[in-house]
Design a protein around this ligand. Structure first.
Ligand code: CTP
Length: 403
């Protein structure tokens, strides 16, 4: 899955012959799963039609603040467009537009949007070789970079003028992979390994029966997806769960019992930077597992249970620099119990779920959490989707790790 998936991309098109390539660029952004809106300078419409770009982007194309002729036309808010964008790209960026960007000239909707955009801005110049070589163009590119805009270098080759040299806009495929690589290399958890345990464990009584719990794995899976979005390498150790992972880069290790989860966790823990224990591990397991299906009898049945290994406590004992996060599901005396677990298991952070809260805990798509850190700082959150809760947990981890 592309890092562009789900991102709001604002494409600014200016008047260069390379504008025709933006049709392909829009298609590639859409194919990568991005949402695209296009802003065109008035002159760029001579090179590619708004109809083409609106059809491909599945959105109306903006080029004027409003259309005087059309009574139903609404004011196009450059501020709204700028706020909507997760990233903005100006391609092709002509010498004229770059000069305006460099000195803040605001004479069309694209320039107004550029000046009000809060997101990262990429620009892909396209012009003839002598214009590209000109000292002012050079100076403007440097100035734009010094403002934090990201320069996507043009390629060398045959130009529309017939001349051969530098100035040809980077190909749409190159622009896409340039932006993807740039996003990836700037992600906060880039280079970090995140280990997550999720779901229940099943403790076998005989070949067909087990002791388990109602955990769905939803919270742990949402955490894994969020970690990968933030650039981390993710190992998800999952007990039996119907949840699916969407991102193929997540390394999923399926386990059944607490003992299997213990072994898998220890296999990966040493090299992890962050470990989050969202699994609802069975606290007890049968002393013996019958090899044949147990037959029904008229007398009562006693199954002797022994405690499982506490996986989280065991890694708490050997942890070095790992940032360790545990979960506590409580029904009463919640804060005190969670604080006690935090200390006992040597954690950096504990996520408290109270079963007193409606919509929190197992099986639901929502959760309501309280975070408690090592210094007993407490942060309480509203009821949210588990995806949003995963974001809140990682925001806290990022703050603590200063990334
Ligand atoms: N945990 C674990 N291994 C176990 C039991 C729990 O790794 N055998 C982890 C869970 O994934 C969770 C945290 O420990 O992150 C808290 O689990 P919980 O069962 O609530 O803690 P206990 O210490 O077993 O306390 P309680 O008396 O509430 O059951």
């Amino acid at each position: 899955m592309s890092v562009l998936s789900g991102k709001n991309v604002l494409l600014g098109v200016t008047a260069g012959i390379a504008a025709y390539k933006t049709a392909f660029l829009v298609r590639l952004f859409i194919k990568a799963g991005a949402h695209v809106q296009v802003v065109m300078t008035p002159a760029s419409k001579d090179f590619v039609t708004p109809l083409t770009l609106s059809t491909l982007s599945k959105n109306p194309v903006h080029s004027k603040f409003y259309d005087k002729e059309d009574e139903n036309e609404q004011w196009n808010s450059h501020v709204d467009l700028g706020l909507w964008a997760d990233l903005m790209i100006i391609a092709p960026a002509t010498a004229n537009t770059m000069a305006k960007m460099a000195d803040g000239t605001c004479d069309n909707l694209l320039m107004a949007t550029y000046l009000s955009a809060k997101s990262k801005i990429y620009f892909a110049p396209a012009m003839d070789l002598d214009m590209y070589k000109h000292a002012t163009t050079n100076q403007n590119i440097k100035k734009l970079q010094s403002f934090g805009n990201v320069f996507i270098p043009p390629a060398s080759g045959e130009l529309a003028s017939g001349l051969i040299g530098e100035g040809r806009m980077a190909e749409p495929e190159e622009i896409i992979s340039f932006i993807e690589n740039d996003i990836l290399s700037n992600l906060p958890l880039k280079g970090k390994k995140v280990l997550i345990t999720a779901g229940p464990t099943y403790e076998a009584i005989d070949p067909v029966r087990f002791i388990g719990n109602h955990s769905s794995g939803k919270m742990g899976f949402a955490l894994a997806e969020q970690a990968v979005q933030l650039g981390a390498e993710v190992i998800l150790i999952a007990g039996p769960s119907n949840e699916k992972i969407n991102n193929s880069t997540i390394k999923r290790v399926d386990v059944v019992s607490a003992e299997e989860m213990y072994i898998a966790t220890h296999q990966f823990f040493k090299t992890a930077d962050i470990a989050i224990f969202a699994a609802a591990v069975a606290d007890y397991t049968p002393v013996t597992t019958a090899t044949q299906k147990m037959k029904k009898k008229d007398t009562s049945l006693n199954i002797e249970l022994k405690p499982t290994k506490d996986i989280l406590a065991s890694v708490g004992q050997i942890k070095e620099d790992q940032f360790l996060v545990g979960f506590a599901l409580e029904t009463n005396n919640e804060l005190e119990n969670a604080k006690d677990k935090l200390k006992r298991k040597n954690l950096d952070l504990i996520v408290l779920n109270s079963l007193q809260d409606k919509g929190a805990g197992f099986k639901t798509n929502t959760n309501k959490i309280t975070l408690i850190d090592k210094n007993e700082n407490i942060t309480t959150f509203e009821l949210k989707s588990k995806v949003e809760v995963a974001q809140d947990i990682f925001n806290e981890i990022k703050t603590k790790l200063n990334v």
